[in-house]
Ligand binder design. Structure first.
Ligand code: IMP
Length: 428
């Protein structure tokens, strides 16, 4: 038995979906541990594109158990839409999909409150995905959240909903000057969702631990990335969950002693969507060229992603807080054809040089990156499957990343498709 956590080492969109898809081949269980339908994992199989927001990408393989853990927040309508979409694409999820009883439910007031909050922030907007993620986690921590199991107890659900709407409608009417929400409308809508989802709701912590006890391989699928972590990211420009590897323990009910490997998914350059500091951002034609070539537009919101050079302070921070055992380097082919590549090795701010990622948001906003330059390569790396077949300068780039980060590159993704990959070290 072996377990591997898949975690993003940057600001999300590192290409986790494809790596999870490839590793699922040898796993029996794939489990999501945090986030919600703010995520967007794209997988291309035989020219068919699948975009998953909530359901683990393992679902694209027959017979794999796919679990949404307690650490995830679930918008039932988005989940049902995703299930229907998969069915239309010929993927039947009925026998192998499970949702934690304890996962919190995103309610219509969460999206309404988020919309109002963001619009009142003006220039200080976080640029959220608008899916109600933050307000839903806020309710969880404030201890008045509604959980999936509450959908199975209609009287209790009605009671909790009424109590929550008391406060929510007061805020909507008096603070935000917005229309109040009607309890009855929400109740009947959510009871319909409950009817559709009840068969999947289970004690997933028991199930996942049993699978491990019986010696099966398990993949823990993270969403977003380390720098969006509520504790270890660029706060307040973060999401509201623990995106780091430790989130797999709290978000699934799995003890830390049961995690064998932590694979950090790392894009060969850096992107960020939404507001917040990004020291190596390229605000020029090159940034635009990378965006176009890399298809750097949000899988969930369609927003253009900000693009920039690889940042070692970000990656070393990710190595530390996740305890990475290796990395999977993705989208290497997007850098083909560049004359020069830059890797950020430090920041300077007010006469001081930083080697470790600073916590202060002001420093991050105003620091200057220190770059190391390397020659690029002209040859195409698209679809290469053998490390030795990579251009010499691409190999140098990879080896330099390993040196500067102190972590082994174990997988290299050289294209969107499943088989466009170099595997240097098996994870299972
Ligand atoms: P929220 O998760 O919708 O609250 O958004 C908070 C921040 O996280 C925003 O900057 C979003 O753009 C960013 N974010 C959330 N989910 C993803 C993701 O899956 N990929 C990249 N950025 C994300």
């Amino acid at each position: 038995m072996s377990t591997v956590v898949i975690v993003g080492t940057q600001w999300g969109d590192e290409g986790k979906g494809k790596v999870v898809d490839v590793l699922t081949e040898k796993a029996a269980v794939v489990a999501r541990y945090q986030g919600g339908n703010n995520a967007g994992h794209t997988v291309v199989i035989k020219n068919e594109k699948y975009v998953l927001h909530l359901i683990p990408s393992g679902i694209l393989h027959k017979g794999k158990k796919c679990i949404i853990g307690n650490g995830v927040v679930i918008d039932p309508s988005a989940l049902i839409e995703e299930m229907d979409g998969l069915k239309e694409q010929g993927i039947d999820i009925d026998d192998n999909f499970l949702i934690s009883k304890s996962a919190h439910v995103i309610m219509p007031y969460h999206t309404a409150i988020e919309r109002e909050n963001e619009s009142r922030k003006g220039n200080n907007k976080i640029g959220t995905t608008g899916r109600g993620i933050g307000p839903s986690y806020t309710d969880k921590v404030a201890r008045h959240g509604i959980r999936m199991m509450d959908l199975l107890a209609p009287d209790l659900f009605r009671e909790k909903l009424a109590a929550n709407l008391d406060t929510v409608n007061f805020l909507l009417e008096n603070l935000y000057k917005a229309a109040p929400l009607k309890a009855e409308d929400i109740y009947s809508q959510y009871m319909k969702y409950a009817e559709r989802l009840s068969r999947y709701i289970a004690d997933t912590d028991v199930i996942i631990n049993r699978e491990m006890d019986e010696g099966r391989n398990v993949l823990f699928e993270g969403a977003q990335g380390t720098l969006l972590d509520i504790d270890h990211g660029t706060y307040p420009f973060v999401t509201s969950s623990n995106t780091i590897a430790g989130g797999a323990c709290t978000g699934l009910g799995v003890g830390p002693t049961r995690i064998d490997k932590v694979l950090g998914i790392t894009k060969a350059y850096t992107t960020r969507v939404g507001a917040g500091p990004f020291p190596t951002e390229l605000k020029d034609e090159l940034g635009e060229a990378i965006r176009q070539k890399g298809g750097e537009f949000g899988a969930t919101t369609g927003r253009p992603r900000r693009c920039g050079w690889l940042d070692m302070l970000v990656l070393r921070h990710a190595r530390r807080v996740n305890g990475l055992t290796g990395i999977a380097l993705t989208k290497l082919d997007i850098l083909d054809g560049l004359d020069t590549l830059k890797i950020c090795t430090g920041y300077t701010f007010e006469g001081r040089t930083y080697d470790d990622f600073p916590k202060e948001i002001d420093v991050l906003h105003r620091c200057e990156p220190v770059y190391e330059e390397m020659d690029g390569w002209k040859e195409s790396t698209l679809g290469i499957r053998d490390f030795d077949a990579l251009p010499a300068n691409a190999k140098r780039y990879i080896r330099r990343i390993e040196e500067l980060m102190g972590t082994e590159v174990q997988i290299i993704s050289t294209g969107q498709k499943r088989d466009e990959i170099v595997v240097l070290k098996e994870q299972f």
